[in-house]
Ligand binder design. Structure first.
Ligand code: FAD
Ligand code: SF4
Length: 488
């Protein structure tokens, strides 16, 4: 029997192939049957897989199968350790030889060395990020100091969007040109949707994300040239007429494994060295990759498979139908409705829309962490099992009691009003917490703090918000109003 290398859906680039064995690719629709999945996410996965099969030609066997387990039965296999607990069980049960995982800047072994002797409270992204910078010599001077004298340029970034502008003044991002593989994928999805084989949500649309190594490199080059210089200042800002702002749209090719994150970091560093992008933008961007992305990956393993079931705030509300159906018309709050419209159309929203609009709302309304994680995973084109739990359960919903984020990312409408142009066109008023036009974020924020005041009293970082809560004269009214609220 010839030994084959099995490549999973997150391992579709050259980084996962050492040119040693024939390749096995498995096309399984099981994931799209299990939970509602965005139509464009299904398209990207199938397109990436079939493009990889076409690139590899005779070296690859593409098997269409109900489940991965069936497809692996009776084969002799080697695997690069895959990126989920379920897939790791699968390759081990199949008796595959397993190579160390790839696709991140630091290895699991590196992280194990760093994390040794740290308890959960010592798990701080900032410390990890500095360690990676020093170890890899990223943005470090010869004297071992951070370039420009600081490890973080957050204080120079995080600017509100420019006033009286509907868009940032930047060229269009790189867009892929669809080919006959995309056409076939589209026809298959239409058919499977019609006959009920898959449960898809969201709108179809032109493919917007890279699915091959070559496409990923094109997207990266264009991002570095046109958007990276503006990335830092506007990384947290939102304009309703500009869905991409200065973001890279590279999470999809990196999570599919077609673009190596080291390549991404190197391109940004080269732009800095050439004077083509300023330090605040380059540092801010590099931190997203070698800091946040690697950090979330390592925490997925470190915090264990049960992490997704954590529910420190006892949040039990269901995710509303308007979100599962991606229906912006059922939502009155302009910020939420616009973001959900964007997710319906693209399966994507940028970080602050995910964290400070969707995540913040779910936190304040007490949505179940496990169901919210499932919703994000299905609705977002870049959602993978490893990336969601810490971003949703930890960072957004504070359901781990403060491991990933030391204080909850809860905020009222004032933050959204400062960082976006949504509030002007909204029927609610970000300054109002009581009444017909009380902003669901502003009122929701105080009601949330009130519900958890005893728990948060032990957290020194919550002292100021709790002092503000204590000064509210109309708290009883806010509490009653939010308990009865059915429209937002
Ligand atoms: C509730 C929530 C859900 C999220 N879901 C996902 C997801 O499903 N898949 C995903 O890759 N990222 C997720 N993120 C992180 C981040 O929002 C996206 O990576 C980013 O918006 C993708 O767009 P981009 O490629 O243009 O990113 P950019 O803004 O250009 O950032 C560059 C890269 O940094 C990395 N990155 C930055 N922050 C994070 C983070 N917190 N976790 C992991 N990677 C990070 C991504 O690879 C991203 O491509 C989530 C964040 C939150 C708060
Ligand atoms: S007023 Fe409140 S609900 Fe409306 S857009 Fe602003 S933050 Fe969102």
């Amino acid at each position: 029997m010839t030994r084959q290398r099995i490549l999973f859906g997150e391992q579709l680039g050259p980084l996962f192939d050492d040119d040693e064995e024939p390749i096995l690719l498995v096309e399984s629709l099981a994931a799209f049957r299990k939970r509602p999945t965005h139509r464009q996410k299904a398209h990207l996965y199938l397109s990436a897989l079939r493009h990889r099969a076409a690139e590899l030609g005779d070296r690859a066997e593409l098997v269409r199968s109900g489940t991965f387990r069936e497809a692996l039965r009776g084969r002799e296999l080697v695997a690069v350790d895959p990126p989920s607990y379920a897939a790791r069980r699968l390759v081990r049960d199949a008796g595959a030889a397993v190579l160390p995982s790839r696709g991140f800047v630091t290895s699991e072994e590196d992280f194990a060395g760093w994390v040794r002797n740290r308890d959960e409270r010592g798990l701080v992204m900032d410390g990890f990020y500095r360690w990676v910078r020093e170890r890899e010599g990223i943005l470090m001077t010869r004297a071992g100091k951070p370039a420009g004298g600081r490890f973080s340029y957050d204080a120079d970034n995080r600017q509100p969007p420019p006033k009286r502008q509907e868009r940032l003044d930047l060229p269009e991002p790189w867009w892929p040109v669809e080919d006959e593989i995309d056409e076939q994928v589209r026809a298959d999805l239409d058919r499977w949707e019609r006959d009920g084989t898959v449960h898809l949500i969201g709108e179809d649309g032109p493919r917007r994300f890279a699915v091959t190594h070559r496409e990923g490199r094109s997207a990266l080059r264009r991002f570095v040239r046109d958007r990276l210089p503006s990335f830092g200042p506007y990384e947290d800002a939102t304009l309703s007429g500009d869905w991409t702002m200065a973001h890279s749209l590279l999470s999809v090719p990196m999570n599919l494994g077609v673009l190596d994150p080291r390549e991404v970091v190197d391109a940004a560093l080269e732009a800095f060295a050439d004077g083509a992008a300023p330090l605040n933008s380059v540092e801010g961007f590099v931190r997203q990759i070698v800091g946040w992305r690697d950090w979330m990956w390592h925490l997925y393993w470190h915090l264990g498979e049960r992490y997704v079931h954590r529910d420190a705030l006892r949040a039990r509300h269901r995710v509303p139908d308007a979100f599962w159906e991606l229906d912006p018309d059922a939502i009155e709050a302009n910020c939420l409705s616009s973001v959900i419209g964007g997710v319906r159309d693209h399966g994507w929203a940028h970080h602050i829309q995910r964290l400070m609009m969707l995540g913040n709302f779910a936190l304040e309304r007490g949505w179940s962490p496990a169901e919210t994680t499932a919703w994000f995973t299905g609705a977002f084109v870049d959602g993978t099992p490893w990336v969601m739990p810490t971003n949703v359960v930890g960072m957004s919903l504070h359901a781990d009691g403060g491991v990933v984020a030391t204080k909850p990312y809860a905020s009222g409408g004032a933050y959204i009003d400062r960082m976006t142009d949504y509030c002007g066109g909204c029927r609610f008023d970000p300054k109002k917490r009581v009444g017909e036009d009380a902003c669901p974020f502003t009122a929701g924020y105080w009601a949330f703090l009130d519900r958890h005041r005893e728990r948060f009293a032990a957290n020194p970082r919550m002292a100021q918000p709790l002092a503000g809560l204590g000064r509210l004269k109309d708290l009883d009214e806010v509490r009653d109003q939010e308990a009865r609220r059915t429209r937002w």
